[in-house]
Design a protein around this ligand. Structure first.
Ligand code: SAH
Ligand code: SF4
Length: 344
C-alpha cells in the first residue's frame, strides 16, 4: 500500500480505519481490534508489543500510524483533588481538560472546541468567541495524555459539543466500542445549550446521557444570558426531549446555574418545576463560578437549598453540585481564557 507522507494519529482511528489498512496491505486475516484494544484500553503505545501480529504487520502499522499524543502545556492541581490541564491544538488554539475525583468515581471533563460560538453571557469560553473545532485526535489526546483513572466522561469543557456533532459521535463510538475503551454509554454525558438539529440526532443515534443547560425557565430571561434561546427555544428543546427514549439507565438532566437575585427566586423554581416535571429528568443546581468582570454572583447555599425544596414539590430529583477546583480557575474556559490573553 502507499504509505502516507505524514503519519495518521492512532488516537482517533476506529475499527473500520484499521481494517481498511489491513485489507489494502493484504493482512485481512488478522484481527484489527487488537491494536485498538492495546492502545485505547490498555494504554500501551508500543506497537511491537502486540505479539499476535507478525513483524511485517507491526512494521507497517508503525509506518502508517503515530501513537504520539498532543501533550498538555500547563497543569494545575486544586486542594480538593481536581486537576486541570491546558492544551493547544496543532494550530495553536487553547483548550482545557479537567479531572475530578470523587470517592469511587473519577470524571474527566472534555472540551470539544477551542472557544465557542454561542456567547453565553456568564461563560468565560463564550467571551473568548470561537477559535476552532477539535478533531477526534485532539479530544482523545485529553483522555490519553493525562494518564488518570477514568470512570465517567462529561462533555462539559470548552465549546458546544452539538456544534461539532460528527466528531463527537465518532469519539463516543471509540469510547463505548468493545474494541475501544468499552465504557458504558450511561457513564458518558453530553452537555448542551440545545442545538436542535443535532440534539435530535443525539437522541436517536446515541444512548449517552443528555444534560441541557437551562438556567432560566422564562424564554426572555434565558435569551438574555443564552443568546441561542432565540434560535433554539426551550419549548422546542423540550419537544425534542419528549421524543427521546430514556431507558436502560440513560439519563436526562437539566443544568441550572444559580445566580444570586437573578434566576433563584421561588417563582423561578415553580416555573422550572412546571416546565420539566413531566420529563424523567434530574436537576443539577450549579453554584455560579464567579468570573471577574461579569455582573453575576453566586447564590448562597441556604438559598440554593430553598430553591431545591421548591423544585422537590414537583417530584423532581434535584442535586446541588459541589463547586470543585475553585482555587484553580476550574470554571469552563477560565484557564484557556487566561492563556489566550497572557500567553499569545
Ligand atoms: N456548551 C455546553 C457545554 C460546555 S459548558 C453547554 O453550555 O452546556 C458546561 C456547563 O458549564 C454549562 O452548563 C454551562 O452553563 C456551565 N457554565 C458556564 N460558565 C459557568 C460558570 N462561570 N460557573 C458555573 N457553570 C458555568
Ligand atoms: Fe458555549 Fe456552553 Fe459557554 Fe454557552 S455555556 S458559551 S454554549 S461553552
Amino acid at each position: 500500500m502507499k504509505i502516507p507522507d505524514s503519519k495518521i494519529p492512532l488516537a482517533g482511528a476506529n475499527i473500520r480505519d484499521i481494517a481498511k489498512t489491513f485489507e489494502l496491505a493484504g493482512f485481512d486475516s488478522y484481527d484489527p481490534a487488537r491494536i485498538l484494544l492495546h492502545y485505547y484500553r490498555h494504554k500501551n503505545a508500543d506497537i511491537d508489543a502486540i505479539d499476535c501480529y507478525p513483524k511485517k504487520l507491526r512494521q507497517l502499522l508503525k509506518e502508517v500510524y503515530s501513537t504520539d499524543l498532543l501533550q498538555p502545556l500547563f497543569h494545575e492541581k486544586s486542594s480538593d483533588g481536581t486537576e486541570k490541564w491546558l492544551f493547544r491544538t496543532t494550530e495553536g488554539y487553547p483548550f482545557e481538560t479537567a479531572w475530578i475525583p470523587d470517592q469511587n468515581r473519577q470524571t474527566i471533563c472534555l472540551s470539544t472546541q477551542s472557544g465557542c460560538k454561542f456567547g453565553c453571557k456568564f461563560c468565560m469560553t463564550g467571551s473568548l468567541g470561537f477559535q476552532a473545532q477539535l478533531s477526534a485526535f485532539e479530544i482523545l489526546s485529553q483522555l490519553l495524555a493525562i494518564d488518570k483513572p477514568i470512570t465517567h466522561v462529561v462533555f462539559m469543557g470548552m465549546g458546544e459539543p452539538l456544534d461539532n456533532y460528527d466528531i463527537l459521535s465518532h469519539v463516543i463510538e471509540i469510547l463505548t466500542a468493545h474494541w475501544g475503551f468499552s465504557l458504558a454509554a450511561r457513564y458518558i454525558t453530553v452537555s448542551t445549550v440545545g442545538v436542535l438539529p443535532t440534539l435530535e440526532r443525539l437522541g436517536q443515534e446515541l444512548t449517552c446521557n443528555i444534560a441541557i443547560s437551562l438556567h432560566s425557565p422564562f424564554p426572555d430571561q434565558r435569551a438574555e444570558i443564552i443568546p441561542a434561546e432565540r434560535r433554539y427555544p426551550i419549548k422546542d428543546i423540550i419537544a425534542v426531549l419528549e421524543k427521546v427514549e430514556f431507558k436502560r439507565k440513560r439519563r436526562l438532566s437539566f443544568e441550572y446555574l444559580l445566580i444570586n437575585g437573578y434566576n433563584d427566586s421561588k417563582e423561578h423554581a415553580a416555573a422550572l418545576g412546571s416546565l420539566i416535571s413531566h420529563l424523567p429528568a434530574h436537576v443539577n443546581l450549579i453554584p455560579y463560578n464567579y468570573i471577574p468582570g461579569k455582573p453575576y454572583k453566586t447564590t448562597s447555599l441556604k438559598d440554593a437549598e430553598t430553591f431545591r425544596q421548591e423544585l422537590n414539590k414537583y417530584g423532581l430529583r434535584v442535586t446541588i453540585r459541589k463547586s470543585r477546583g475553585y482555587d484553580i480557575s476550574a470554571a469552563c474556559g477560565m484557564m484557556a481564557g487566561r492563556s489566550a490573553s497572557t500567553h499569545q
